[in-house]
Design a protein around this ligand. Structure first.
Ligand code: ATP
Ligand code: MG
Length: 755
């Protein structure tokens, strides 16, 4: 092991080495700018702890911000310490770690082990049902309140660790203060009082359904770890990536896990972009107070980007006056100046992006492939025009963090059945599954059943089963007749599950039982692609046939708990609820596709070429954002994802919610270009051989073969000569299936004339 330990230390610079070799028992913060190797250091430090300090992998806890980041770290670690040791580690997001331990020790935190994790959609539905019960109040006070607003207020309270009771008592004390101090203090308003009520009802509903929302996972996790210290006794070292984006509850979790004070966190205050989700940059200072003796290590060398990309990115963030100015330099050559491109409309912008991607692939002689391009957007809705332009040009793309696989209707409908057989108390699953496929079970019937369940304090499924078996008072015969086939299906599946049928086979059986294919065919115009998704779900489920991913060290400490059994079905359901897009796509697959992502979801990632469209006032900074500096940092995060080439674009006119609006260049850019016009170039028709070599160097790839470059450029020019898109209009529907031909109306040639 010592040789492999030396070999991975060899490539590190002195500051990185210091961070990796920092004594395990001294808490440490590694603070540094983008691309300085923070994540690399974190991974190497884990390997070092295991190989040099002989800390057992199963007692190391590594927390990342997304599942994708966790997977990447897993892959890097497998290379350093092997698969066996990597799987023994506790690695994941705060949410997945909490889910893991709540399954095991949930009873200690007052939960049943077979709890269901609710996604945002189900939470919203629950809130909407509760809001209906407060209709009179809403009308009286003339308040219109969206469930999303209520949910985010509740979520903010939970991020601060406030329970429903805490929330109420805070309101009461606020109101007392207001009465005392009169003019100065703010009186809580009607909305807050209502939210306090809804919060209580919401919690009660979740508990009755034996379910947790995402915030609850963290809150219950903290509760468990704080009260029952033996549940964290395994933990010898905690490491947290992207620490600047943790909220109060996540901080609490970290410190509950780090009983022995062995903590390593890495972060960059300049990249804090989750203030809107209650992240607290102050956690860095808080940690230094709570863990006295915490040391700080700074890294100053960027390994990711060319010097010109770094220079332009730093100019963006330097405008934040409150920021502590820091040094960040790169050993990479200057490279191609970032491009700032203005276009007439969003269709022109999309066409420009598509053609530019093709052009760069040609001009780099094939050294770049589709997977090397990242298109980073301020918000998801901007992707539509770009997606279709890429499609028109035959460029494959994927949307990261967009419409999540597990949020798709057909997937949720199938999962509802499985959730119901895993946790019969989970009423939302029953409501969803009851009419899939349509069985004519009416809303009235469902409401009546819900009311009965509420009254007798049992689950809705218990009521329905009771009615069908004749144990409970009857409902209308026509209604009852419709319930019978549903109950039959659920029972058949439950029997199969009890016999140990694998999740994949349960889904296969379910599809047969309800004839899901013809249900899709009848109800969905795009049923074929949905059917594909169903097949994909089965593939994903088949990973849970035998293996249990987390190997818990077997200790006696859990003898005092009735441990819920981790059935493959339960693990599968949990993974689906915690999964994010991108996880279910293989890395191989993503290499062949242009990535379209929000800037938020791009955190921690890198691409050889990054394109940021819609850098406009109102869009970036987004007009609804409350914190302009956070918007600026977000643009900084986006720019610093680029390794070799960076493009920003903006348009003169953009359609927003159906209306065409004039647009101006983002103030983030106009300010810095006024001060220094050399930060951007408007466009450059050709990459020079030097440009090409710089890009290859940064990417650590061989230089392109110049004769291959000439061949590809000639081919590109030949194809493009007759290929001018009408970029003032949205693509006509048939344009998707036919090649686009020359359009006489095109008056701006965004394809270079080369001679
Ligand atoms: P971010 O703030 O964006 O998350 P980061 O600080 O975590 O960035 P990494 O992702 O760890 O940075 O590293 C950025 C790139 O630089 C990676 O491709 C990494 O492999 C490379 N890199 C880091 N350190 C070195 C080094 N010492 N030698 C060579 N390459 C390095
Ligand atoms: Mg990182």
């Amino acid at each position: 092991p010592s040789t492999s330990s030396e070999s991975f230390l060899a490539g590190l610079n002195p500051a990185q080495l210091k961070a990796v070799q920092h004594p395990p028992e001294v808490p440490v913060q590694i603070l540094a700018g983008p691309g300085s190797g923070k994540t690399k250091v974190l991974t190497s430090r884990i390997a070092h702890l295991i190989l040099t300090h002989s800390i057992s992998p199963s007692s190391i806890c590594a927390v990342t911000f997304t599942n994708k980041a966790a997977n990447e770290m897993r892959e890097r670690l497998i290379k350093l310490i092997g698969k066996q040791r990597t799987t023994e580690m506790k690695m994941g997001t705060f949410h997945s770690l909490c889910a893991l331990f709540l399954r095991k020790y949930g009873t200690l935190a007052g939960l049943e082990g077979n709890f269901t994790i609710c996604d945002a959609d189900e939470c919203k539905k629950t809130i909407s049902t509760i809001l209906k019960t407060h209709k009179a109040f809403l009308e009286e006070k003339n308040i219109s309140l969206k469930e999303g607003t209520v949910l985010s207020m509740i979520s903010k309270a939970k991020a601060k660790g406030q329970s429903a009771t805490d929330y109420s008592s805070e309101l009461q004390s606020k109101s007392r203060d207001a009465k005392k101090a009169k003019a100065t203090a703010v009186t809580p308003n009607d909305i807050e009082y209502l939210v306090a009520q809804v919060y209580e009802d919401y919690e009660r509903t979740l508990r009755r359904n034996n379910s947790l929302d995402f915030d609850d996972l963290l809150l219950y996790g903290v509760k468990l770890f704080r009260k029952h210290k033996h549940t964290v006794a395994w933990c010898k070292h905690v490491l947290v990536d992207e620490f600047q984006d943790t909220n109060i509850t996540q901080y609490e979790l970290m410190s509950a896990l780090a009983l022995n004070r062995c903590v390593t966190v890495v972060g960059d205050p300049d990249q804090s972009i989750y203030g809107w989700r209650s992240a607290e940059v102050e956690n860095l200072a808080k940690m230094r107070k709570d863990f006295c003796g915490t040391e700080q290590i700074f890294l100053e060398q960027n390994y990711r980007s060319t010097a010109s990309i770094l220079r332009t990115s730093l100019a963006v963030v330097a405008q934040d006056k409150a920021r502590i100015q820091k040094t960040l330099h790169t050993a990479h050559p200057i490279g191609t100046t970032p491009v700032l491109r203005s276009l007439p409309t969003e269709y022109a912008e999309a066409a420009f992006i598509a053609v530019e991607i093709k052009r760069l692939v040609a001009h780099m002689g094939g050294v770049l492939r589709w997977g090397d391009f990242g298109v980073l957007l301020r918000f998801n809705a901007l992707s539509r025009a770009i997606e279709s332009a890429l499609q028109r040009e035959g460029i494959p793309s994927r949307v990261l963090g967009g419409h999540k696989f597990f949020e798709r209707l057909e997937i949720k409908n199938l999962l509802a059945y499985l959730q119901l057989i895993d946790n019969t108390n989970f009423d939302p699953a029953l409501v969803r599954a009851a009419n899939v496929p349509s069985r004519g079970i009416g809303e009235k019937t469902l409401l009546e059943i819900a009311a009965r369940a509420e009254k007798t304090k049992v689950s809705q499924l218990t009521v329905i089963e009771g009615i069908c078996d004749g144990r409970l008072p009857d409902i209308k015969p026509t209604a009852k007749r419709k319930l019978v086939p549903f109950v039959k299906t659920v029972r058949a599946l439950r029997d199969l599950a009890n016999q140990g049928t694998s999740p994949a086979n349960l889904i296969r059986r379910l599809i047969d039982l309800v004839d899901f294919e013809s249900h899709l065919r009848k109800t969905q115009p795009d049923w074929e692609s949905r059917w594909e998704n169903v097949q994909e779900l089965i593939t994903f489920a088949s990973e849970f046939d035998t293996d249990i991913p987390y190997a818990e060290p077997s200790t006696e400490e859990n003898s005092d708990t009735t441990t819920a059994k981790d059935t493959p079905l339960r693990l599968f359901l949990q993974a689906s609820m915690l999964s994010s897009e991108g996880d279910n796509q293989s890395e191989e697959d993503s290499k062949e596709k242009v990535t379209i992502s929000t800037c938020h979801a791009a955190k921690g990632l890198e691409w050889p070429v990054v394109i940021i469209p819609a850098v406009e006032q109102g869009t970036f900074p987004f007009y609804r954002s409350e914190d302009i500096e956070e918007e600026r940092r977000l643009l900084y995060v986006a720019c610093t994802r680029a390794q070799g080439l960076l493009y920003l674009s903006h348009v003169e006119k953009r359609k927003v919610a159906g209306d065409t609006k004039s647009k101006e260049l983002s103030e983030f850019i106009s300010v810095i270009t006024k001060q220094n016009p050399t930060l951007f170039t408007s466009w450059q028709p050709d990459l020079s051989p030097v440009d090409r070599r710089v890009i290859s160097t940064v990417l650590n790839r061989p230089n392109p073969d110049e004769s291959e470059v000439s061949r590809r450029i000639a081919e590109f020019d030949r194809v493009m000569r007759n290929h001018v898109m009408n970029y003032h209009q949205p693509p006509a529907p048939q344009a998707l299936s036919h090649p686009v031909v020359a359009h006489p109306g095109a008056d701006i040639n965004f394809i270079p004339s080369r001679n």
